[in-house]
Design a binder for this molecule. Structure first.
Ligand code: FES
Length: 119
């Protein structure tokens, strides 16, 4: 099956860190039916801006839970969220500390290495 990659989809992504001003950046990404938001973000990193901070591990198995982001104020897994031609505006989780761009600190406090170190 060949896919028509002539259509593009526009995604807006919050960029920034806790020490810099966050702002939306727009990317036009080749679109094909059924593509995930993670597919689009990986394409941006590979083809437009390698500095875009995203996190994922299982790439579609929905097991690692590392790709959590917000779209339309709903928390979604980027690897299972299906883009439409309408595009999406993507933000990091709002209830977790921001690391950079779409990456939030999601490690439970008791699992952090610093928790194991003596005071
Ligand atoms: S990449 Fe693992 S749950 Fe999304």
């Amino acid at each position: 099956m060949t896919q028509d990659l002539t259509t593009s989809v526009r995604i807006q992504v919050q960029r920034g860190t806790t020490s810099s001003e966050c702002k939306l950046t727009t990317f036009d990404v080749p679109y094909h039916s059924g593509m995930s938001l993670l597919d689009a973000l990986i394409w941006v990193r590979a083809n437009v801006d390698a500095s875009l901070a995203i996190r994922y591990s299982c790439t579609n198995a929905n097991t690692c839970k590392e790709c959590l982001v917000r779209v339309d104020d709903k928390t979604v897994y980027a690897c299972t969220y299906r883009l439409t031609e309408a595009g999406a505006t993507v933000y990091p989780l709002k209830n977790k500390p921001l690391v950079a761009d779409l990456v939030s600190d999601i490690i439970p406090p008791k699992e952090k290495l610093s928790h194991l170190l003596p005071d």
